[in-house]
Write a protein that binds this ligand. Structure first.
Ligand code: FE2
Length: 427
C-alpha cells in the first residue's frame, strides 16, 4: 500500500505523463500507469511536476517589518541598513518567530520547501538567532531552513561581531556569513573573508557571504573568497551572494574571476528583485542594472541561483515569497531570453540552489524525497511566464498545500453565455 499516488504528472521535456508513487517519505515508483493501492490519490491532470523551489538567500529576521517604525524614504540599501539598526533593539523572540512562521507558510503555499536565511548576529542578546533556531525546529517537518551567521554591520567594523558570530555558531547556526564590502577598509574586507573562511573550515561548515554588493567596479572580494576556497579545499561549499560589482567591473577582470569561480566550484547567488531596485542609485543615465553576470555564469557552468533576499522589509516593500517571481525578474534583468536560457532560469530556483544548500535526496528520481510541486503550466518556461499557480505541494509523500485551478469566466461581446478559460490551457 502506497501512501500517495500523483497521477498524470508531466515531467519537463516529456510528452507522456507519469504516475508517482510515494512511500515512507520517498519516491517509490515513477512510471506510465501505476496499478497499486494507495491511501490517497491526486490528479495532476497533465500539468508540470517539479522538484520544490529552493530560496538560497533570504533574510527571515527582518521580513514583514515593512513600515516599522517608519518607511525607507529613499528606498536605498544604506537607508535600509540604518532603518534595520533602528528596528533591531526592539526585536523580541516572539515577534521574530511570528513573522518568520507566517513567511514560511507563504513560501510553502508557493512551493518552496527549502530556504537559506541569513540571520543578523550583531545584537548582543542574539534575539533573532534564538528565534530562528526555534523556527528551524518548528518548520522542519515541512520546510528545510538553513541559517547563516551574518555580521550585518561588519565582522571587524562592529566591535562585538567577532565574538557574537562564534556564539551564534556554538548555538547551532549552520553556515558562516560575511559582508567584506561593508568593512571600514578594503584590507579589513579581505581579512574578514580570510578569517571567516578559516572559522568555517575549522568547524566543517559552509560559507555564504554577502560579497561585493556594490556598484564599485573595484570591489572584488570574490577573488579572496575563491582563493580561500582553494587554500582550504572547500570546493562546492562556498557561495558568493549578490556579486553585483561584477556587473560594473572591467570585462577582463570579470572574465578572470568567473574562470576562477568555475575552477574552484564557488557557487553564486543573484537577487534580481532586490538588486534591480537597489543598485545604480548614484547613476544618472544610463543607469546600471546591477545584477551579476548570470548569463556568463550559466555559459561557464558555474552553479548559480537566483534568490528572493527580502519580502516587505527595510530594503524591499514588495514580494510574497514566490520563487517564480524571482525567476521572472532574473530572466528579464539578465536577458535570459534564449530558449535554453529561460529553461535554465527555472533550474536557478530549483536544482541549482538545492546543490548550493547541499540538500540530501532532492529531485524527482526514484529514491529521492517525495517532495514535489504540481504547477498549472505545461513546462518550466510557461511556469515562469505565468508565475504559475501551485496546484499541489507535496512534502515527504503528504499533500501539505493545495490551490484550486485558476480559471476565469468571461462574457465576450455579442455572446450570451460565459466562457470559462484558463491562461494555461494546453494548445
Ligand atoms: Fe542579502
Amino acid at each position: 500500500m502506497l501512501d500517495l499516488i500523483i497521477r498524470n504528472a508531466r515531467l519537463a521535456g516529456q510528452s507522456e505523463t507519469v504516475d508517482f508513487g510515494c512511500l515512507d517519505g520517498k519516491i517509490k515508483e515513477r512510471r506510465g500507469r501505476l496499478d497499486m493501492p494507495a491511501r490517497e490519490e491526486i490528479d495532476a491532470a497533465g500539468y508540470l511536476v517539479s522538484p520544490p523551489f529552493v530560496d538560497s538567500h533570504f533574510h527571515m529576521d527582518s521580513t514583514l517589518t515593512y513600515g516599522t517604525p517608519r518607511y525607507n524614504e529613499s528606498g536605498t540599501l544604506y537607508e535600509g541598513i540604518s532603518l534595520w539598526g533602528e528596528i533591531k533593539p526592539y526585536l523580541t523572540v516572539e515577534d521574530v518567530e511570528r513573522r518568520a512562521l507566517l513567511l514560511c507558510r507563504w513560501a510553502v503555499a508557493k512551493g518552496s520547501l527549502a530556504i537559506r536565511s541569513h540571520v543578523d548576529i550583531g545584537d548582543p542578546a542574539l534575539t533573532a538567532v534564538h528565534a530562528l533556531l526555534e523556527v528551524r525546529k518548528k518548520v522542519s517537518p515541512w520546510l528545510d531552513l538553513q541559517l547563516v551567521a551574518f555580521p550585518q554591520d561588519g565582522y571587524f567594523r562592529d566591535p562585538n561581531a567577532v565574538s557574537l558570530l562564534e556564539r551564534a555558531l556554538d548555538l547551532g547556526v549552520d553556515v558562516v556569513g560575511g559582508i567584506p564590502h561593508f568593512e571600514r577598509t578594503y584590507d579589513d574586507g579581505r581579512r574578514s573573508v580570510e578569517a571567516l573562511c578559516r572559522i568555517a573550515a575549522d568547524r566543517g561548515l559552509m560559507v555564504d557571504m554577502h560579497c561585493d554588493e556594490s556598484d564599485d567596479p573595484n570591489s572584488h572580494h570574490i577573488e579572496t573568497l575563491i582563493s580561500m576556497t582553494a587554500q582550504l579545499g572547500m570546493q562546492g561549499r562556498v557561495t558568493g551572494s549578490h556579486l553585483t560589482s561584477m556587473h560594473s567591473m572591467d570585462n577582463t577582470l570579470a572574465d578572470k574571476l568567473l574562470g576562477l569561480m568555475q575552477e574552484n566550484e564557488v557557487n553564486a547567488i543573484a537577487c534580481p528583485l532586490i538588486n534591480i531596485t537597489l543598485q545604480g542609485r548614484k547613476d544618472t543615465y544610463p543607469k546600471r542594472r546591477g545584477l551579476t553576470r548570470v548569463k556568463e555564469m550559466m555559459q561557464r557552468g558555474i552553479n548559480y541561483a537566483v534568490a528572493h533576499d527580502c519580502v516587505m522589509d527595510p530594503w524591499y516593500a514588495g514580494g510574497s515569497h514566490d520563487m517564480l517571481e524571482v525567476a521572472h525578474m532574473g530572466l528579464h534583468v539578465g536577458q535570459m531570453t534564449g530558449v535554453h536560457e529561460t529553461a535554465d532560469m527555472f533550474n536557478a530556483v530549483t536544482v541549482n540552489p538545492a546543490r548550493t544548500l547541499q540538500l540530501d535526496g532532492y529531485g524527482l528520481e526514484i529514491g529521492c524525497n517525495a517532495d514535489l510541486v504540481v504547477l498549472q503550466a505545461k513546462d518550466p518556461t510557461e511556469a515562469i511566464r505565468l508565475r504559475a499557480n501551485r496546484l499541489f505541494v507535496v512534502r515527504r509523500g503528504e499533500v501539505i498545500s493545495r490551490t484550486p485551478l485558476l480559471e476565469s469566466e468571461v462574457r465576450f461581446m455579442g455572446e450570451d453565455a460565459l466562457t470559462r478559460f484558463s491562461v494555461s490551457e494546453f494548445q
